[in-house]
Structure formats: structure tokens, C-alpha cells
Design a protein around this ligand. Structure first.
Ligand code: ADP
Ligand code: ZN
Length: 517
């Protein structure tokens, strides 16, 4: 078999597959004919680009959109992949370079507009080189009844017959008639392997909760599911051991698992988990690849995962048998800080770090979501959905209130202290707590000093956390985690935008007066 993980990381810069990608990559790489239906934005291109690198020879990619082809080629070249396009938009030099790379046998991906197939010379050329795969983007363009019909797409079937290589077709159009037509026209009626699964896993209940005595929260969650197989994901190795012990002493059958264990010990846990009923594995993300136990009934995150993709993958291990499954993800300001600093302190190039922050932001947005979690999650993957009725926010919609006033107070405290302090000190300023640090820095003379007394300290902590969740502020690792404002905070500070906050987490925090709605 092949290992796609190193390429996924090193060439494409992703740590995890998006939903559905891995299965498709496997099938395409092994040379099956494939029809994959994925929502727009779901990550189709990876599903042929990665196999192209894993297979010998050239992958011919047929795509109708010249701009898109050029983008993809540029992206691949920047990642060090030999890719080229033959389109009407090429300069003669570009075309020469593509030919040269083809003749030299260096090219891995050749993008072609369908019109190119009409020229008789194209087929002759493609026969001479070692084509090992045809990938067809926007495969529904072959459908005569659809509004995107491209007559030249009808030549693709001919091309496949002539080259006699596997074909992978991709589209976001899911209706049965279009699928039938694709099968007829591209595969001559012989059924390809179909991947149709949308991203939704309707049997999985989704829930997030703010950390509030996290150890007890995990124990309570497990206690309510005694005897069921589950996974608790933790951010550190040490925590897996501590929590596993705590679960055992509550009478569960539990063990820990992390990458620092001997391979033999890890294998024992894997085997036990596969065979035993009701075992809880408390693990780092090292536990997952290759776990295909169908009846995992729950997954809890004792710490926030690192991205929305990681979250989806990890909860997705529950309920593979289609039976009901439950998940709970815990998060707090420390998680957010930790994940941010892991990204910032990593060795990845700047664009990659920005993308990682964006994926973390997407997860924080989900954590602080104001409406159905599934809608928010699927929306991120490009799929639309109705409110699901199977998430904590559908179960009990959060009360929201206009939080513009406290958020502006917090932002102005940040601004007046020149973005050099963390939430703890900022809250001291807002509450007029005369600490040594405040006196030393003369922060008691600031106009924001004591303006936040309508809220208690825990309430302010919740407000700051939600501000992080909305990506209004970010801790700066170069300033020891001091909070700095992002662009999205500016309109709020200037009074040009409003922001809604969740009431529940703020109201739960002690001491009156209650939040004003
Ligand atoms: P599609 O062609 O399905 O509309 P793309 O292939 O253009 O989607 O991918 C959409 C976005 O998803 C791109 O920004 C891409 O970088 C991102 N993406 C794809 N695969 C992954 C992954 N495994 N992890 C994170 N982001 C991904
Ligand atoms: Zn919902």
C-alpha cells in the first residue's frame, strides 16, 4: 500500500483529510474508475492531485475553467510539483515549457481544456506519453440536459477508450439523472466506484461546552454512558494518563494511548479496543489512523482540537455503524492560546500558518456558534443544511444579547494599554482592581479603569473567550500572549458594527448584576 500522509502534509500543507477525501484518494490511486460527488469547496482537487503524485506517469486533468486551471497549476508549481496546462490562455513560451516537460517525462499533471481534445493532434500526443490517469473536473458538463453542457466533454469517453487508463470524474451535482449520464458518457455505461456521501453524519449528536472543571465534565459525560465504547481526546500525553486513571477509579474500563508509548503497548490498546465492549481509550490524536471500530458510541474532546478538519475527523470516528453517537467538545481560553502558539511556534512558512489560524478560527466559530452546529459545520465544508435537531444548540437555542457595549469596553482597554496585556490584567483594569501591576503601570489613570463593574470577573472571562472565538482578539506569542486586536474588531470599536454574544455562558458566571439584554 502507499502512505499518502507525508505528501498530504509536505506538498499540500494539510495535516488531515477533509471528509471523504481519503477514501477517494485511495480508490483513485489504486486505479479504480471513480465518480465522486462532493460539494463545492469540499476539496475535490486534492482527490486527483494526490493520486497523480502517487502514480507513475502523467495525469491528464480535463477542466472547463481556464482561470481555475491556471490557479491550480501555479499552486502545484509553488509546492514543487511539475504541472502544466495546455489552454488557449497560454503564451507560446508556456506551451513550449509544457511540451518540454512532457517529452522529458517530468510532468506529473497536465491540465487541458476540453476544446483541446477536438484537435486531432491531442490524442496522438497523449498516446505517445505515459498517461496513467484521466481526471475530469466538473464532470456534469457532459450532461446534455444540464445548463453547463460542454459538447467537447463528449470526447472524453473516446479519450479514455483510446488510452485505456482509469478515469476519475468529479462533480458537485448530485441528481441521479446527471449521474447516469456521466456513467454513460464517460465510462461507457460500466459502473465506476461511486462516492456520494455528503459530509453530514446525521447520527452523530454535536455539542460543545466551555471548560468549567473539565475533569469532572469528562467524568460526568462518561458516567452517563457507562459500558459504551468511547474515546476521550486530550491535548497532552500526560493528561491521557491522568484522565484514564480517574475513569478507572470511577469504575470504567479505560486505558490511555499516545505516541510516546512503545509500539507493542499501543498495539495492545488497539486490539483491546477493537475486541472489547465498553472500553474507553483516553488518547492524543495519535489514536485514530486505522481505527475502524464501527460501534464507538461517543467521542469527547477534553481539549479543543487544532482545526475544524481535525474536529470533524475525530468526532467522525463515532457511530460508523449508523447507530446513535454522541460527542462533546470542551474548550477554554487556554486551549485557544495553546493552539495559537503551536501554530506560531511551528516551522511552517507564513502562508501555511495563516491558513492554520483560519482553520482554527473556523473551529472557534463553531464553538461559539449562535445557531445549529451542524449547519455551521457543513457550511464550512460547502454544504447547506436545515437546522438539524441533533445538536446542543438545536436542543436548546442559546440566548443571545447585543454584546457591543462590553466588547467595546474590552477593546478600548486593550487599545489604551497598547496591546501589551493578557485578559487577566485587562479585567483588573475594567474592574478597577488596584493590583501592584496596575499601580506600577499607572493603569488606574486610564479612562477605561473601572468602567466594567457591571460584570463580574468570571463574566468578563467569558466575554473575552467569546471575543477570541469571534476572532476579534488574538494572543500574540511575541508579547507573551498579550491580546491584540484583529481587523474584524475595528468596526466594533468604531461603533460601525454590532456583535451578539451568548448569554448563557456569561450568565452562568457568578455575581449579579445579570447581563442586560
Ligand atoms: P472544490 O474543487 O471541491 O470546490 P477545492 O479543491 O478547491 O474544492 O478545495 C477547497 C478548499 O479546501 C481549498 O482552499 C483547499 O485548500 C481546501 N482544502 C482541501 N483539502 C483540504 C484538507 N485536507 N485540509 C484543509 N483544507 C483543505
Ligand atoms: Zn443543530
Amino acid at each position: 500500500m502507499f502512505d499518502s500522509a507525508p505528501l498530504l502534509r509536505d506538498v499540500f500543507g494539510f495535516d488531515d483529510f477533509r471528509p471523504g477525501q481519503e477514501e477517494i484518494v485511495d480508490a483513485v490511486t489504486t486505479g479504480e474508475n471513480v465518480l465522486a460527488i462532493m460539494p463545492t469547496g469540499g476539496g475535490k482537487s486534492l482527490c486527483f492531485q494526490l493520486p497523480a503524485l502517487l502514480r507513475d506517469g502523467v495525469t491528464v486533468v480535463i477542466s472547463p475553467l481556464i482561470a481555475l486551471m491556471r490557479d491550480q497549476v501555479r499552486g502545484l508549481q509553488e509546492a514543487g510539483v511539475e504541472a502544466g496546462a495546455l489552454t488557449s490562455g497560454n503564451t507560446p513560451e508556456e506551451t513550449d515549457a509544457v511540451w518540454e516537460a512532457l517529452e522529458a517525462g517530468r510532468l506529473k499533471l497536465l491540465y487541458m481544456a476540453p476544446e483541446r481534445l477536438a484537435a486531432g493532434s491531442a490524442l496522438g500526443m497523449l498516446r505517445r506519453i505515459n498517461v496513467s490517469l484521466i481526471a475530469v473536473d466538473e464532470a456534469h458538463c457532459v450532461s446534455q440536459w444540464g445548463h453547463d453542457f460542454r459538447p467537447d466533454y463528449l470526447r472524453i469517453g473516446e479519450l479514455r477508450r483510446a488510452l485505456n487508463v482509469p478515469l476519475a470524474a468529479f462533480t458537485a451535482t448530485a441528481d441521479a439523472e446527471t449521474q447516469d449520464e456521466i456513467v454513460q458518457k464517460l465510462f461507457d455505461g460500466s459502473e465506476p466506484r461511486k462516492f456520494l456521501r455528503g459530509f453530514d453524519r446525521p447520527n452523530i449528536h454535536l455539542a460543545f461546552t466551555a471548560k468549567d472543571g473539565p475533569r469532572k465534565q469528562v467524568l460526568d459525560f462518561a458516567a452517563a454512558r457507562k459500558g459504551q465504547s468511547g474515546i476521550v481526546y486530550c491535548g497532552t500525553r500526560n493528561k491521557t494518563e491522568v484522565l484514564a486513571k480517574a475513569l478507572c477509579s470511577e469504575g470504567h474500563s479505560a486505558c490511555h494511548y499516545h505516541g510516546g508509548m512503545e509500539a507493542d503497548d499501543r498495539r495492545i490498546v488497539e486490539t483491546r479496543f477493537a475486541r472489547e465492549d465498553g472500553l474507553i481509550v483516553v488518547a492524543t490524536v495519535a489514536f485514530g489512523m486505522g481505527i475502524d471500530k464501527p460501534d464507538i458510541r461517543w467521542v469527547a474532546h477534553a481539549d479543543l482540537p487544532k482545526s475544524i478538519e481535525a474536529y470533524y475527523q475525530e468526532i467522525g470516528r463515532a457511530g460508523r455503524d449508523g447507530g446513535p453517537a454522541e460527542t462533546l467538545t470542551m474548550f477554554g481560553p487556554d486551549d485557544i492560546r495553546l493552539r495559537r502558539s503551536q501554530i506560531d511556534e511551528g516551522l511552517a512558512p507564513p502562508e501555511r500558518r495563516m491558513a492554520d489560524h483560519a482553520r482554527l478560527n473556523a473551529l472557534l466559530g463553531l464553538a461559539e456558534a449562535l445557531k445549529c452546529r451542524r449547519q455551521t459545520l457543513l457550511g464550512y465544508f460547502g454544504e447547506q443544511a436545515d437546522p438539524c435537531g441533533k445538536c446542543d444548540l438545536c436542543d436548546s437555542p442559546p440566548e443571545i444579547f447585543d454584546g457591543t457595549t462590553p466588547v467595546r469596553m474590552a477593546l478600548s482597554a486593550i487599545l489604551r494599554t497598547e496591546e501589551w496585556f493578557g485578559a487577566g490584567h485587562l479585567i483588573d483594569i475594567l474592574l478597577a482592581n488596584e493590583t501592584d501591576k496596575i499601580r506600577a503601570r499607572r493603569h488606574d489613570t486610564l479612562s477605561t479603569y473601572g468602567i466594567g463593574k457591571d460584570w463580574s470577573r468570571p463574566q468578563w472571562q467569558a466575554i473575552f473567550r467569546q471575543m477570541m472565538g469571534h476572532d476579534l482578539v488574538r494572543p500574540d506569542p511575541e508579547r507573551h500572549g498579550a491580546l491584540r486586536m484583529t481587523e474584524s474588531a475595528k468596526p466594533i470599536l468604531k461603533g460601525e458594527a454590532h456583535i451578539n454574544l451568548r448569554k448563557d455562558t456569561i450568565r452562568k458566571a457568578t455575581r449579579r448584576p445579570a447581563v442586560k439584554a
